[in-house]
Design a binder for this molecule. Structure first.
Ligand code: HEM
Length: 88
């Protein structure tokens, strides 16, 4: 199954998510940010998306979105599948 960031993933983030996190430099709805292959001290590659995933599933805390509805297992699985394809 082919998963598109624009069609399948970006709309899972609410206006509130995008607004809160954009102010912190985390651009949840922007493909170029989310598919950036650069790593950091924790993840050797794709650190931006991997930190987002860790906040969605609670591997990194506090789990996101704070005070909002957590993503369902299916939504998180879809995001993980997108992270094997990195398609716009
Ligand atoms: C699904 C939606 C969201 C995702 C995937 C997400 C993702 C993230 C990520 C990756 C970080 C770590 C940033 C870093 O270390 O530089 C973070 C931290 C943070 N986010 Fe979000 N965020 C979401 C929604 C929100 C919303 C709606 C708010 C505001 C109400 C928010 C407020 C914060 C705050 C205050 C932190 C810093 C928490 C801490 O580490 O002490 N986030 N988020």
């Amino acid at each position: 199954m082919t998963i598109s960031f624009a069609k399948d993933i970006s709309l899972l983030f609410t206006d509130r998510d995008a607004h809160c996190m954009g102010g912190m430099g985390v651009h949840l709805r922007e493909y170029d940010y989310m598919a950036n292959p650069t790593g950091d001290a924790i993840f050797p590659d794709y650190a931006n998306a991997r930190h987002v995933l860790a906040r969605l599933n609670g591997t990194e805390t506090p789990r996101m979105p704070p005070g909002g509805t957590p993503w369902t297992d299916d939504q998180i699985a879809l995001f993980e599948s997108w992270m094997t394809q990195w398609l716009p």
